[in-house]
Write a protein that binds this ligand. Structure first.
Ligand code: AP5
Ligand code: ZN
Length: 216
């Protein structure tokens, strides 16, 4: 199945996407990860992207659609998980076209519902492994051995440049202004499913799994 994980910053999209990759062999396409990669590339495009991202604003549709298109050609295994894409109506239209081009369609859009207060707490407690990308949280999902990634043993644990109060405020504004209209868009297309993103990680995973099994 090909699915979109839709939700505000910190809703748990990346956390759930990683579980689906592990448990179902699906392919995660994280727009944020692709842009962070571009950021470290040192190219002109990377430098432009870095400034915009660190402020918390959305990068242009053109850049993001181009990055996704590149990855779509590389095979889909048990299906694609679009994580953090699409984020605007033009991106949603582009995704429909790109999938049709490779003979695929969208099976479900999963909206992860979390209130703003919880988001602030999640974002301010988040850290990730620089080597394998595992996502942690100071209180809800800490590493077992201080300073060491449970998944790969790396000691390269980092916090994101945009996980500060100022950038988060802008990321939330961007979400409500530009991304939340996608909820109505996919509702009308008949593809929308909602899950309670405030539940524990494993409970959210069970809700997502139930939706996927219904599609199969
Ligand atoms: P992106 O990297 O996509 O960031 P985001 O949408 O802000 O989402 P996050 O990664 O912050 O959160 P998440 O929902 O994945 O939550 P996570 O699982 O980490 O985008 C970053 C920037 O890139 C954007 O601001 C923009 O500039 C640019 N960009 C990206 N895509 C773009 C696009 N399509 N167009 C234009 N620009 C784009 O979880 C968060 C924390 O909560 C973690 O610590 C986790 O351990 C914890 N947690 C997760 N689930 C639970 C749970 N159920 N209970 C308790 N804790 C939990
Ligand atoms: Zn790791």
């Amino acid at each position: 199945a090909n699915i979109i994980l839709l939700g505000p910053p910190g809703a748990g999209k990346g956390t759930q996407a990683r579980k689906l990759v592990e448990e179902r062999g699906m392919v995660q396409l994280s727009a944020g990860d692709m842009l962070r990669e571009a950021k470290t590339s040192g190219t002109e495009m990377g430098k432009k992207v870095a400034e915009v991202m660190d402020r918390g604003e959305l990068v242009t549709d053109e850049i993001v659609i181009g990055l996704i298109e590149e990855k779509l050609s590389s095979g889909h295994g048990a299906g694609f998980i679009f994580d953090g894409f699409p984020r605007t109506l033009p991106q949603a239209d582009a995704l429909g076209r790109l999938l049709a081009k490779i003979g695929q369609k969208l099976d479900a859009v999963i909206e992860m519902r979390v209130d703003d207060e919880a988001l602030v707490d999640r974002i301010s407690g988040r850290y990730t492994c620089g080597k394998c990308g595992e996502v942690y949280h100071d209180t809800t999902k800490p590493v077992k051995v201080a300073g060491t990634c449970d998944a790969c043993g790396s000691t390269d644990l980092r916090r994101r440049a945009d996980d500060n109060a100022d950038s988060l405020r802008i990321r939330l504004m961007e979400y409500y202004k530009k991304t939340s209209p996608l909820i109505g868009y996919y509702y009308h297309a008949g593809d929308l499913f909602g899950v309670d993103g405030l539940a524990e990680i494993d409970e959210v995973a069970a809700s997502v799994a139930a939706i996927l099994d219904q599609q199969a």
